[in-house]
Design a protein around this ligand. Structure first.
Ligand code: 6PG
Length: 254
């Protein structure tokens, strides 16, 4: 097992954002496993427990599998509280469920005590699930919650979590977790809001594959007005990790 993370082929720090590009998807996800491990480990030097919010979709699946195999270094999962940055409005055993994906690729390995896993109750109505989840976050993290690490992905339309273009949740200024009607999917979602995302100590975006090249270029260049561009932790770190394919647009046109 490699004891060192893969090195990025490109790295830049620009207006508070760190971007690392890796040669292959394999290197990206292994480097991400090391990154998660080092962030959580550093946090656990100073606190009894730390908190991470997992992202959904398909991108992070490989990362979760690596975490389940202990790649990236040792993490004292007994001291890590695991949440989700969004969920589909479906039961936990639904093929669409982000919880199901995380359980099958990582949480089912038994490294994380079940009591440390806080899933969004997608089987409830979106608003009920969101209200209950915000209460759970406040119970664990306190009244001014700040996640130590939030993982996020990038949708082809520039959405992140379940903050989709032109969806109501984009305008939420108070609540930390909201139900969100996504008209184009004809579906309800439950999602962290910007007020919660932007209090994180660290937000880590992962994007892989050529199909993300165009949107990654636009988002990273600040072109257009995409939901993922509004994630920028007030006091925390913003890190983007891409592979060569998803970064090709940005790297070529910068
Ligand atoms: C979800 C995610 C969503 C995801 C992007 C990228 O619930 O689907 O939270 O924001 O990260 O849609 O999805 P892929 O990783 O499948 O490309």
């Amino acid at each position: 097992m490699s004891s060192q993370p893969p090195k990025p082929i490109y790295r830049e720090v620009k207006s508070g954002r760190t971007l690392e590009v890796f040669s292959t998807a394999g290197d990206l996800f292994l480097a991400a496993a090391f990154k998660v491990s080092s962030i959580l480990d550093a946090c656990l030097q100073n606190k009894p427990f730390c908190t991470i919010a997992l992202s959904g979709g398909s991108t992070p699946k490989r990362l979760y599998e690596l975490l389940a195999q202990g790649k990236g270094g040792h993490i004292d999962w007994k001291r890590v509280q695991i949440f989700f940055s969004d969920e589909r409005n479906v039961p936990p055993d639904d093929l669409e469920s982000n919880f199901r994906m995380a359980k099958e690729s990582f949480l089912g390995a038994g490294l994380v005590p079940e009591s440390n896993v806080h899933r969004i109750h997608g089987e409830y109505s979106a608003d009920e699930a969101a209200k209950g989840y915000e209460e759970e976050i406040r119970k664990v993290l306190g009244d001014n919650p700040s996640f130590d690490l939030i993982l996020l992905g990038l949708g082809p339309d520039g959405h992140t979590a379940s903050l989709f273009p032109e969806s109501p949740a984009l305008n939420e200024k108070e609540k930390l977790v909201v139900g969100n009607r996504v008209a184009k999917l004809n579906a309800d979602r439950i999602t962290f809001s910007y007020p919660l995302l932007n209090t994180a100590s660290c937000v880590l975006f992962l994007a892989s594959g050529a199909d993300k090249s165009r949107i990654a270029r636009a988002v990273l260049n600040g072109d257009g007005n995409f939901p993922s561009q509004r994630v920028n932790p007030t006091k925390g770190d913003l890190i983007w990790m891409l592979d060569k394919d998803s970064a090709s647009g940005y790297m070529n046109n910068g």
